[in-house]
Design a protein. Structure first.
Length: 104
């Protein structure tokens, strides 16, 4: 953590305030960007899962149904993984911010 503080203290980012404040701003920015990206991808994957469910139920033969089912399983796994990231991102960035607050 001291390496990052020293790096930020010697950079242009630190000119606007202390290195700790720059790290808090960076953590907040990372949190916002990550949540936005993960949310968009999750919404897209939910849409894909709905489309694949429709495709699976309207498939004319067993091979198409099996392919759609396999793809839907991967889409659901993707949604679960992204939801875990959506939950963990604020926890990680908040813990970094709390650690920075306690170090001052």
């Amino acid at each position: 953590m001291n390496f990052i503080k020293n790096l930020l203290a010697s950079s242009i980012i630190a000119d606007t305030g202390s290195a700790t404040e720059a790290m808090k701003d960076l953590a907040g920015t990372i949190k916002t960007v990550a949540i936005t990206i993960f949310s968009i991808i999750t919404i897209g994957l939910v849409g894909v899962a709905i489309f694949l469910a429709f495709k699976m139920f309207t498939a004319s033969d067993e091979t198409k149904r099996k392919n759609a089912k396999g793809q839907m399983i991967y889409a659901i796994i993707g949604v679960v993984v992204l939801l875990v990231f959506l939950i963990l991102t604020p926890v990680i960035t908040d813990s970094i911010t709390n650690a920075l607050n306690s170090s001052n």
